[in-house]
Design a protein around this ligand. Structure first.
Ligand code: SF4
Length: 347
């Protein structure tokens, strides 16, 4: 019998020595990295990683390169801490807030923007914190959309999630809720019929997931997304462009078209944020622009995501198109929504 999602979550790999039993990795080196940036991956993923250099291995197995110092990288590249009027709530755009309801994830992506704190003590979120965040939202009538994120909100029980959704539903000016979760990729068993049925009762609710590579579209992952869509929950996807993992037009064509066929809308292709400990994953803007040019013709417009940069310093997201980006030698400048030109270190 298949283990419940909770049992699978509890049995996740968190000790580098466990990884060394499966792959040719140096447990001591991995432990050094994991001390700074925690390690966790589900046994579901473990079974699908053939070696640390494959697309899943690179995303979830720690690498010494995470400890490299790179002057262009920032601990909090999107300035989230300064944009948090109450703990675990980020208010960057007037109409939308990000409510970080969970401090941990089922598996830690090595390229995570919030790797400064996900899975760490700093990120422990109490229910009291969540209630303060909801009070803040209730006091701000300009907020009409709430994005539940973390960490992964689906690490919470259905009961707690529903409690949060119920409280948000009672706030008249909150019209749309989104839930960001990588569960379909890392622990598809978490997407149960009961969860989908509950989400179906809190419409309009968007499920924002995160597939980066066609290898993640397993039978189980496809079934998880099918259940969500069939329950009336729109599923949209964000992909991060990762050097050596998915920076290839043919591969991304396959990913985006497969998602499109599964009724999952490819929403954003993210340029990697300038996050400390992730420089080895970052592609150049020029590479992303070339990939997008190659995708646009052959791929149905509905399947083409917007290629974006989340500007360093919390200036918001901009699409990477000629109107927003200009080349300055080896560097680039990006135009923020207010017209300000922001320096970007890599063209
Ligand atoms: S699931 Fe999301 S929040 Fe969690 S480690 Fe991955 S990218 Fe970061």
């Amino acid at each position: 019998m298949m283990e419940s999602w909770l049992a699978q979550h509890k049995n996740s790999i968190t000790d580098p020595h466990q990884l060394a039993e499966h792959f040719a990795v140096h447990a001591g080196e991995l432990a050094q990295v994991a001390q700074r940036y925690p390690l966790r991956l589900t046994t579901y993923l473990l079974k699908r990683i053939t070696q640390p250099s494959d697309p899943l291995g690179q995303q979830f197995i720690p690498q010494l390169a995470e400890l490299n110092n790179d002057v262009a990288q920032l601990v909090d590249p999107l300035n989230e801490e300064l944009l948090s009027p109450v703990p675990h709530l980020v208010h960057r755009y007037p109409q939308r807030v990000l409510l970080l309801v969970a401090g941990s994830c089922f598996s830690y992506c090595r390229f995570c923007t919030r790797k400064r704190k996900v899975g760490c003590e700093d990120m422990a979120v109490s229910f009291g914190d969540i209630l303060k965040g909801i009070d803040y939202i209730a006091d701000h009538p300009e907020v009409n959309e709430v994005i539940l994120s973390g960490g992964d909100p689906l690490t919470m029980s259905d009961r707690l999630l529903e409690d949060i959704l119920k409280r948000l539903q009672r706030i008249a000016h909150v019209e749309v809720v989104r839930i960001g979760s990588r569960a379909p990729v890392v622990l598809p068993a978490r997407i149960t019929p009961a969860l989908c049925e509950m989400f179906g009762r809190y419409q309009p609710l968007y499920f924002l997931t995160h597939f980066n590579h066609p290898a993640e579209l397993t039978v189980e992952a496809i079934e998880a997304c099918r259940q969500l869509v069939n329950a009336g929950v729109p599923v949209v996807n964000q992909t991060v462009l990762l050097r050596g993992v998915n920076d290839d037009a043919t591969l991304l064509h396959k990913l985006f078209y497969s998602l499109h066929r599964l009724r999952i809308r490819p929403y954003y292709l993210h340029q990697m944020d300038l996050t400390c400990g992730t420089g080895h994953f970052r592609t150049r803007l020029e590479d992303g622009i070339t990939i997008m040019d190659q995708l646009r013709g052959p791929l149905s417009g509905l399947a083409v995501p917007t290629y974006i940069v989340d500007l360093p310093g919390g200036h918001g997201k901009v699409p990477v198109t000629p109107d927003y980006v200009q080349r300055l030698g080896a560097q680039a400048q990006l135009r923020a929504a207010d017209g300000t030109l922001i320096d970007y270190p890599q063209w």
